[in-house]
Design a protein around this ligand. Structure first.
Ligand code: SAM
Length: 351
């Protein structure tokens, strides 16, 4: 089994059977070996640097009804909000003062933010903060719309594929949504020139080891610049309220595997990971992640951007708690840096 990890480290790819063998046959000893190799690889490309992204959750309105998500349109228990352009710009100013050089605009698929409004917003952020990267995480759109946002100044886009298996995708989403369209969006974004992030929830209801292998093979093909991997956590007002959360153990194992498959990838230690375990973020960084995304949204809105139960959004998960985060990273020998932290491209990823 260690041979497979060494092969992955050397060739950055495995076949279906080999991935399966690693995931199904994993042991604590194998995981320790994987993490050691993943740490080495991360160190070779990024040293001990940890990049920060300021997360602005600008709307919790969503036209979609994903069964796992707390902001799905059928959740009538949730108060809805959307930030104004001024609110969003003021989040960026706060973030800039604190040292953030990437702003991540994340939200549900909210029709109020029309193409015109989004374009105007991106132009304004780009004009006022020209040295910052703008990351969008606003779901599925048409290619020309993505192009317009790119031309207006957006540089990066996060769109998790959620699962690469058709049947599993159906289990997680209503019929209006399709895996094929989600994948097309990812390819469109790549072709336009965005730095693209994809990813999955670990332990989402119905997920099997075979599904995870399909996810890894899809990521191997897509060669994204960023990968978001966090545990699924149930939300009390969704159809999946009684399902179990994904585990820390499997999430960390996958972070390690992805680091070896995509050595230069930007990978966050997610808020969901620190929600299921108080040391989740530190462990994520130690086992292969190199990004954290503290919350820059106005404090009164953070709890309302409620994707899952007990989301952490204060203290070291908050932008204003950066000193705590810095200390926490220093404890494990890592350093928060203010740089934009663009993806390190290699020939294959540029293609
Ligand atoms: N609407 C955009 C989209 O579809 O990409 C961005 C917002 S969406 C809420 C961001 C991510 O939250 C999703 O890609 C999903 O993986 C994650 N998420 C939603 N519900 C979750 C849950 N219950 N547990 C963990 N992660 C969840």
């Amino acid at each position: 089994m260690k041979n497979l990890i060494l092969k992955l480290e050397k060739e950055n790819r495995l076949c279906k059977e080999e991935w399966m063998c690693l995931i199904e046959g994993r042991t604590p000893e194998l995981a320790a070996f994987l993490f050691e190799r993943a740490r080495e690889t991360r160190y070779a490309h990024y040293g001990k640097d940890v990049y920060i992204r300021g997360l602005i959750e600008f709307t919790n309105y969503c036209r979609n009804d994903c069964y796992y998500c707390g902001i799905r349109k059928s959740n009538t228990c949730l108060s809805r909000y959307r930030l104004t352009e001024e609110d969003i710009l003021s989040c960026c100013s706060n973030g800039y003062e604190l040292g953030f050089r990437t702003f991540v605009l994340q939200g549900g698929e909210d029709g109020w933010f029309t193409r015109e409004r989004m374009t105007a917003l991106i132009r304004r952020i780009h004009a006022e903060f020209p040295d910052c990267a703008i990351t969008l995480s606003i779901g599925e759109r048409e290619k020309d719309e993505y192009q317009e946002y790119f031309d207006a100044g957006a540089n990066r886009f996060l769109l998790r594929h959620e699962t690469a298996n058709e049947a599993h995708y159906r289990h997680l989403h209503p019929v209006e949504l399709s895996l094929q369209h989600r994948k097309e969006c990812l390819w469109d974004l790549r072709h336009i020139g965005y730095q693209v992030g994809s990813g999955i929830m670990v332990g989402s209801p119905g997920q099997t080891a075979e599904h995870l292998v399909e996810d890894l093979l899809f990521l191997q093909e897509l060669q994204p610049h960023m990968v978001g991997i966090g545990p699924f956590i149930p939300h009390k007002d969704t159809p999946f309220k009684d399902e179990k959360a994904g585990t820390l153990e499997l999430t960390l194992f996958l972070l390690g595997l992805v680091r070896l498959m995509l050595p230069k990838v930007l990978m966050p230690a997610t808020t969901a990971l620190s929600t299921i375990h108080p040391d989740g973020r530190k462990m994520g960084i130690l086992e292969g992640a190199n990004v954290v995304m503290p919350n820059l949204s106005p404090q009164e809105n953070r709890k309302l951007y409620s994707l899952y139960d007990n989301k952490r959004c204060m203290g070291d998960e908050a932008a204003e708690g950066l000193a705590l985060l810095r200390a926490e990273m220093e404890e494990i020998g890592y350093t928060i840096v203010s740089a934009r932290g663009d993806a390190l491209l290699d020939t294959e990823q540029e293609g």
